[in-house]
Design a protein. Structure first.
Ligand code: AMP
Ligand code: MG
Length: 335
């Protein structure tokens, strides 16, 4: 299959609609990462998303809609705090998990009675979703377990020959996947951290918890148990207070002739030779926006990436550190 990469205009949107209506898949930009979209009402179309990515069949998908789409067609029972969250953060990088009306195929939510819904703020995503005017099930547009794509080029590198069309909306400004927040209970529970932080949600809803699976319990956000976001080179992760160890590990590998790069925040870059630094930046938003871009860059240049955790761990950084930790997890780790 020939994979076209097209700027978003009337012609490419017409083509995207033709593909989606006939049960195919299209990659599209959002403000977080690129998505691989299909008609959420079509079991076959959704099945092909799982097949193309090699995604485990128990990891549910998020349904994306445009900003005028009536969410009541898809989900029930908005708790008053959920309506507040919607008004405060949508369109934007927040996915809300509601009780489902069952109007999309069961495969989207892997048979769960809930449905994860997102209204992306990216103008290109909005144009695509308006053009098709239907709920679009979309995971990130990468091969399962690889780093999520933040440019059309990243999508092309993973899915070339497997999908007909990539809508190119430039580099994603957010850089990590949306926050996933369950709004089916008395108060919001963050299942996956992201650019809308638990603190921001609590400020609107009055209360918010971050879910941590307890031993023996069924995981509430099935995707969280998988190793994710991993580059195709070796990685070694060091805690923020282990900079000297990270620097020594770098020197040792470098002396042994390995191509080794250091991924770290601006503040500590001086611990490594400048030409081998993948600099995450200084602010929280910069670090989120740069993380996957640098992991993509790093896996092409390096045998080993030495990563140092940024020192700040709350707010948006909870999401950044969650993704960095998963990228550096050992094969077989299920965290
Ligand atoms: P991705 O498509 O890679 O962005 O992953 C989607 C994330 O949303 C995964 O972590 C899923 O577990 C989570 N998710 C999707 N639908 C649901 C749902 N109905 N209930 C809980 N989590 C969900
Ligand atoms: Mg993903």
């Amino acid at each position: 299959m020939n994979t076209q990469v097209c700027a978003i205009d009337e012609k490419s949107l017409r083509r995207a609609k033709e593909i989606i209506v006939s049960g195919g898949v299209v990659a599209f930009p959002t403000e977080t990462v690129y998505g691989l979209g299909a008609d959420a009402r079509s079991d076959e179309a959704v099945a092909s998303v799982y097949a193309i990515k090699g995604r485990p069949s128990d990891n549910p998908l998020i349904v994306h809609v445009h900003r005028e789409f009536d969410l009541d067609r898809l989900v029930y029972d908005e708790a008053p705090y959920a309506a507040k969250l919607r008004r405060a953060f949508l369109p934007g990088p927040l996915t809300l998990v509601y009780r489902s009306r069952g109007n999309v195929c069961l495969r989207v939510s892997c048979g769960l009675d809930t449905l994860a819904v997102r209204v992306p703020s990216h103008e290109g995503a909005q144009r695509f979703l308006r053009a098709v005017d239907m709920p679009i099930a979309a995971p990130s547009a990468n091969i399962s377990k690889h780093i999520s794509p933040v440019s059309a080029q990243h999508v092309y590198e993973d899915l070339r020959g497997k999908i007909p069309l990539i809508l190119d909306g430039g580099r994603c400004s957010g850089g990590i996947e949306s926050t996933v927040c369950d709004v089916t209970g008395e108060y919001p529970v963050v299942l996956r951290t992201g650019l809308v932080s638990a603190e921001m949600i609590a400020a609107v809803a009055g209360r918010c918890e971050i879910y941590t699976p307890k031993g023996g319990e069924q995981v509430r956000s099935p995707g969280m148990k998988y190793k994710h976001y991993a580059p195709r080179c070796k990685t070694k992760l060091f805690a923020a207070d282990k900079l000297a160890e990270a620097s020594a590990a770098f020197s040792e590998l470098h002396a042994a002739g390995k191509r080794v790069y250091a991924l770290c925040e601006d503040e500590v870059r001086g611990a490594f030779p400048a030409r081998y630094v993948l600099d995450l930046g200084g602010s929280e938003r910069e670090m989120a926006a740069n993380l996957y871009e640098l992991l993509h860059e790093g896996e092409k240049a390096a045998d080993v990436i030495i990563a140092v955790k940024p020192r700040k761990e709350d707010g948006i950084m909870a999401g950044v550190i969650n993704r960095l930790t998963k990228a550096c997890a050992e094969e077989g780790d299920e965290t």
